[in-house]
Design a binder for this molecule. Structure first.
Ligand code: AIR
Length: 203
């Protein structure tokens, strides 16, 4: 288990029950079942983060850390387009009832995850191609980005940069309606520019 996961309240998800009714706590996660869920903010969770495997957590932690910095509400779940296809669809279909407004999906290899989510919702879907050992994430990139016309996925950069950008992009989507988030993002970008301007290179 990734060390950062220890801080999270673990909730089991069986695929067909409302997420809000899940029981908090319990036994350590059993990833063999393929489905697990964490919640950051119980009241409002406009962002849903789905990862294809526990092994994607290190990458997704970048997204989670940034969303925590912005104090944005989100839920995180492990669901695979191939290993738990039914649970994935049930989860995606139930998300609007919990006021989810945007999905972030990270998967590696034959990464069908973001595409399958997009096939089952009209909410925006942001895909993060996770780097792989065999093909360095090119496989994940192509399978996330090459969607057929009519079913878009906003595909980010491969790996951790993509994971950070996914958080920012999700906030930008929410920021269209939410002035507070919009202002936070403007401040974030200004801070980044100031940091860059301060860099001095001595030759
Ligand atoms: N994956 C899981 N189900 C379908 C796919 N494409 C991806 C995961 C992970 C990779 O397969 O998102 O990036 C390897 O998963 P694991 O569980 O074998 O480590």
């Amino acid at each position: 288990m990734h060390p950062a996961m220890k801080d999270w309240p673990v909730r089991r998800y069986r695929g067909d029950e409302p997420v809000s009714r899940l029981v908090q706590g319990g036994t350590p996660p059993n990833f063999a079942s393929g489905v697990l869920l964490w919640e950051e903010v119980i009241m409002s969770k406009p962002i849903s983060i789905i990862m294809g495997s526990q092994s994607d957590f290190e990458v997704l932690n970048e997204t989670i850390t940034l969303l925590k910095e912005f104090k944005a509400g989100f839920e995180v779940i492990v669901l695979s387009a191939h290993r738990t296809p039914r649970e994935l669809v049930r989860y995606v279909e139930s998300a609007p009832r919990r006021k989810v407004k945007v999905f972030i999906a990270a998967a590696g290899g034959a990464a069908a995850l973001a595409g399958v989510i997009a096939a089952h919702t009209s909410l925006p879907v942001i895909g993060i191609p996770v780097e792989t050992k065999s093909l360095k994430g090119l496989d994940s990139l192509l399978s996330t980005v090459q969607m057929p016309a009519g079913i878009p996925v906003a595909c980010m950069t491969i790996g951790k940069a993509g994971a950070r950008n996914a958080a920012i992009f999700a906030l930008e989507i929410l920021g269209v309606e939410d002035k507070k988030i919009h202002a936070q993002l403007s401040a974030y970008k200004k801070k980044m520019a100031v940091k860059i301007k301060k860099i001095k290179i001595r030759c």
